[in-house]
Design a protein around this ligand. Structure first.
Ligand code: SF4
Ligand code: SF4
Length: 479
């Protein structure tokens, strides 16, 4: 553990880098980043409700499904959870907190991540069942519902209830941030040991008792915070600490996150959190199912399913497809856990699952990243004609030039195809290394780890097969 911390502490601190650090330490850095994304969201809403119905020609049909998703995974892999930092949904929510001064605690009968897990399942079913990517109007309604949801939840419940318990995007980002190369963390443990006020969690108050700066609303106490889970990169702790002892350190991805038994501030040991475990397994399964939904064999599979079940209701078929996919991965996790516990002659099936199932996270996120980056690299340049067309629709004049709808790909199809397989491969390598690390920690033989290696290898090969299939070019006129 000490070696891990030393490795973390030796790497540079983003806040110490000129200009970037200066901007991030600025009190209004987050608000200004949120304002930029709020402007983009307002344009998306306007175009979604009033713009052209053809998705590739509408901001709501392209920005969220091509650009935003691409930027989110790129940011998580290369920088950190910077979407949550700049999240526009939290600006109206701040008004709700100011107006309603929420006092209610989040209901204890809705603990942890269960609401978010249900919403994630519902969202991805709706995404396929209602072809959300092809409907700017439905996309705009989803975005509006998100704003309203954040406003209502945080207007009723104190703390960051929406981010911690409800937001599906946030949970996706938390899982991806396991692989991120940065982490909000303390600079010098000795300073925290002698600190009496603990402003980073309690907040800073004036002598009259007025709150001057919030502490961590997610309940992460800096000296005991481990890794990135539940951290929205809001930087409240950075501003609250009176000693400037909180930084944003570069780190070796995954290194701080490996031990599911380690006690994490605000979370506890992951090994005791069935909600986190379900989230990781569920997001991994949906990552593969969602990618399956964009390749041509899905149509053959659904028509076969339709014949077998005697129903042509696509929404029912997609629900069965999702349920079946989730059940297969859950069965694989239970089977691998049972086999490992037998081969290692140690622990129960549940004990092994509550530790080793987390090793799916890098591979699961690798699949998401490969999928989203495919759409990003094949459709990123559509942003140029889209904004030209948006300006024309708004003003009746070609203020930004005449749209050239042939503009789409940032990289060739061949390069994109190779790149996304590499991304998936890196995820698989992360899962394998995590499995080996856990096996070594528990004193398991390689033979006892084989069931997990087989699960990871099977998922990886399935992912490579998926990425090799002809895909829909969503968000472009080729889609
Ligand atoms: S991070 Fe700052 S406020 Fe929090 S315990 Fe350490 S020194 Fe105190
Ligand atoms: S205040 Fe909490 S959620 Fe925000 S950056 Fe600090 S640790 Fe992360």
């Amino acid at each position: 553990m000490e070696r891990e911390r030393r490795l973390t502490l030796r790497l540079p601190d983003l806040l110490a880098i000129p200009l970037v650090g200066h901007f991030l330490r600025w009190r209004h850095a987050r608000t200004s980043a949120q304002a930029v994304l709020l402007l983009a969201a307002l344009m998306l809403l306007y175009d979604g409700f009033f713009g052209p119905p053809l998705a590739p020609k509408n901001l709501a049909g392209v920005l969220p499904w091509v650009h935003w998703r691409g930027f989110v995974v790129l940011s998580l892999l290369l920088l950190g959870n910077w979407f949550c930092f700049a999240c526009p949904f939290l600006l109206p929510r701040r008004l709700a907190q100011r107006w309603f001064r929420p006092r209610l605690a989040w209901p204890h009968w809705l603990p942890g991540k269960w609401v978010a897990v249900l919403l994630l399942l519902l969202f991805f079913w709706a995404y396929e069942a209602f072809d959300l990517w092809a409907s700017p109007l439905l996309t705009a309604w989803v975005a509006l519902a998100y704003f309203v949801g954040a406003f209502v939840v945080d207007g009723l419940f104190r703390g960051a209830a929406f981010c911690k318990h409800v937001c599906p995007i946030g949970q996706f980002n938390f899982m991806g941030s396991l692989l991120s190369p940065t982490q909000v963390t303390i600079r010098n443990p000795a300073v925290c040991t002698s600190c009496r006020t603990k402003d980073c969690i309690r907040g800073r108050f004036s002598p009259q008792g007025t709150l001057l700066q919030r502490g961590c609303e997610l309940g992460l106490f800096q000296p005991r915070k481990v890794g990135n889970l539940d951290c929205t990169f809001c930087l409240d702790c950075v501003h609250a600490c009176p000693y400037g002892n909180v930084g944003i350190r570069f780190r070796l991805p995954l290194l701080d996150e490996l031990d599911p038994e380690r006690n994490r501030s605000g979370i506890g040991p992951l090994a005791s959190r069935t909600d986190w475990l379900t989230l990781v397994v569920g997001l991994t399964a949906i990552g593969f199912l969602n990618a399956f939904g964009m390749v041509s064999p899905i149509y053959r599979f659904l028509s076969w399913l339709s014949r077998v079940l005697g129903t042509s209701n696509e929404r029912v078929l997609i629900a069965i497809f999702f349920t079946g996919g989730l059940a297969i991965l859950a069965a694989a996790v239970i089977g691998a856990s049972w086999l490992t516990s037998r081969l290692a002659r140690r622990g129960s099936t549940g004990w092994v699952a509550s530790r080793f199932a987390y090793t799916l996270a890098p591979l699961g996120f690798g699949m998401w990243a490969a999928h989203y980056l495919f759409h990003f690299f094949t459709g990123a340049l559509t942003i140029v004609p889209l904004f030209q067309s948006f300006a024309y629709d708004l003003t009746g004049r070609a203020l930004l030039g005449v749209p050239d709808w042939r503009l789409a790909s940032l990289l060739s199809l061949q390069t994109t195809g190779d790149l996304v397989v590499v991304v998936l491969g890196l995820g698989a390598a992360g899962s394998l290394l995590w499995t080996l690390w856990l096996g070594r920690k528990e004193g398991f033989t390689l033979a006892a780890l084989l069931p997990w290696i087989v699960v990871h290898a099977s998922l990886f090969l399935f992912g490579v097969w998926l990425l090799g299939q002809p895909m829909e070019m969503r968000g472009t006129l080729l889609g």
